[in-house]
Design a protein around this ligand. Structure first.
Ligand SMILES: [Fe+2]
Ligand SMILES: [Fe+2]
Length: 270
């Protein structure tokens, strides 16, 4: 039974700095790594960690080095796709030793497990906050889906194509997503789209498939559905998702922070 951890939007900045001058994102990612290591006996083994974009805040070489230093401490294979805060060329160089990183072009990749197919698509556009999928990426998706052979499929992107009601994020979502919707909806097997970017756990419908946006591992975009809501972040507890195959794809949210428990419901019983 394949198990995939999805970490999203770590926004790593260089040592000693805070993202937006306010958030200690390095400590948040370290806490996430510690949490994964601590709960592995209960949830593992984990086959792969996927990081759905915004690995760094500014796409700097030093930020990628620090990201690797922190995330590789977990000892589980990982792969990543870029977000709008990443720099595609710098990211390609930073992970040039990884066999999943293309030498050039969009950072798309696919991975086959016996009971799951994982397809990751690069929605980043250099210099822009919103996302788009190049035709080469849609072709990559079509070809990858044709090899699913009845297995459930997870398709990962940074930008979600759905509208969330969080206005400041919706204006920078995945634009021109009709082609993606057509391809995903035409796929007859089980398929779930998993995204990042919004820093909140949100599930919605995209065509005839489910789309889940992962929570941020560090800060969140503030839950404010008003029109003209201020563009705010909130230091809510960070979390990540665990996608696993049972009867089909099942997704759990796991908080990074520590909390009391577990406690026996009935301590006197065995
Ligand atoms: Fe982000
Ligand atoms: Fe983003």
């Amino acid at each position: 039974m394949t198990k995939i951890i999805q970490i999203s939007d770590p926004h790593i900045v260089i040592k000693g700095e805070l993202a937006y001058g306010q958030v200690d994102t390095c400590t948040a990612l370290k806490k996430c790594v510690d949490k994964i290591k601590r709960i592995l006996p209960e949830i593992g083994p984990i086959d792969m960690i996927i990081v759905t974009g915004d690995l760094t805040d500014f796409g700097k070489k030093e930020e990628y080095s620090l990201f690797r230093e922190i995330v590789e401490e977990v000892g589980i294979p990982y792969r990543a796709i870029p977000g709008n805060h990443d720099n595609k060329l710098t990211m390609q160089k930073a992970f040039a030793d990884k066999d999943w990183m293309p030498i050039n072009g969009p950072i798309n990749w696919e991975l086959d497990f016996y009971d799951l197919k994982l397809i990751a698509l690069d929605t980043s556009i250099t210099g822009m906050a919103h996302g788009n999928l190049e035709s080469i990426s849609l072709d990559f998706l079509r070809a990858s889906l044709s090899t699913a052979n009845g297995r459930p499929v997870l398709v990962a992107t940074h930008h979600p194509p759905i509208i969330t009601g969080l206005e400041k994020m919706d204006i920078q979502n995945l634009r021109d997503s009709a082609g993606l919707k057509e391809i995903l909806s035409a796929h007859t097997g089980e398929l779930k789209l998993i995204c990042g970017h919004v820093h909140r756990n949100i599930v919605g419908q995209f065509g005839n498939k489910l789309c889940q946006i992962a929570p941020g591992v560090s800060h969140a975009v503030t839950m404010d559905l008003r029109i003209d809501a201020p563009n705010c972040l909130t230091k809510e507890p960070g979390s990540f998702l665990l996608h696993e195959i049972r009867d089909g794809i099942l997704s759990h949210q796991i908080l990074v922070d520590n909390y009391d428990g577990p406690f026996m419901f009935y301590p006197d019983s065995k």
